[in-house]
Design a protein around this ligand. Structure first.
Ligand SMILES: C[S@@+](CC[C@H](N)C(=O)[O-])C[C@H]1O[C@@H](n2cnc3c(N)ncnc32)[C@H](O)[C@@H]1O
Length: 236
């Protein structure tokens, strides 16, 4: 999978790809991340990528000609995604879909955003939440993180992301590790019992409980067994 991230601030993005799991999987060739400076697509000697808005008003608007040139320079892609507060809300389901693609272009806006005509040159617009950031770079990195970890081989234990919050339609169950006791707080006994079937049952119940308490809306879409429904009733 190849990601092309188009930004006016490449140095905000590159360091994220140079640490931890991303750095390793890029080195192994499992994913490729190209960070392109949109200013490289300008044509004037001042490298002007923005201009004042038609109709007046505060702020600057990123130019459509420069942005589209940068999109086209990134090459053929399965998806060209514009980061925008007006886009569809990013979810695990979208991440799962994007993780199956070969090449994704992520276009980061700045200032008041990009000239609206650029919307004709993208395949979708994605928002990472109902708030306004200064630029699309964090959104692009959110999509990079959420999708790349679903690509086979990126996370060592494939099982681990199958259990993640949202992947099962539920929130994840709580996790514990050493020490067995911390400031009077212990670890659920079942987890040290070595009884795998009982542990699996406890985890499923905890996931159901957390989801019911914190995100009951998710239960409406989750695939639940007859046993799950019974446990949920018991929680009432
Ligand atoms: C300051 S914002 C522009 C906000 C725009 N004037 C509005 O009110 O919708 C600049 C850029 O940040 C990015 N951005 C801001 N908030 C975002 C969000 N919630 N999701 C995705 N991208 C966002 C977009 O690329 C946007 O073009």
């Amino acid at each position: 999978m190849k990601y092309s991230i188009l930004t006016l601030f490449p140095e905000l993005v590159r360091p994220w790809t140079q640490e931890s799991i991303l750095e390793k999987v890029i080195a192994k060739g499992l994913i490729k991340v190209d960070v392109h400076d949109i200013r490289g697509s300008t044509t004037d000697k001042h490298k002007t990528a923005d201009d004042t808005p038609y109709g007046g008003g505060a702020g600057m608007v990123m130019r459509v000609d420069v942005t589209v040139k940068a999109i086209e320079a990134a090459g053929l892609a399965d998806e060209v995604i514009l980061l925008s507060p007006a886009g569809e809300r990013f979810t695990q389901k979208i991440a799962e879909d994007l993780a199956t693609k070969e090449h994704i272009v992520l276009v980061c806006g700045r200032y008041e955003g990009i000239d609206a005509r650029a919307e004709e040159f993208v395949t979708r617009e994605i928002s990472i939440g109902d708030y306004v950031l200064m630029g699309g770079e964090l959104g692009a990195l959110v999509i990079l993180e959420a999708t790349s970890r679903l690509i086979p081989g990126v996370i060592k234990e494939a099982e681990s992301h199958q259990q993640d919050s949202f992947s099962t339609g539920l929130l994840d169950y709580p996790h514990y590790t050493r020490p067995a006791e911390f400031r009077g707080l212990g670890v659920p006994e079942i987890l040290v019992s070595g009884h795998h079937a009982k542990i699996a049952e406890w985890r499923r119940k905890q996931a159901l409980k957390r989801t019911k308490q914190r995100r009951p809306d998710l239960l409406e879409q989750a695939e639940l067994t007859a046993e799950d429904l019974l446990w949920l009733e018991e929680l009432d």
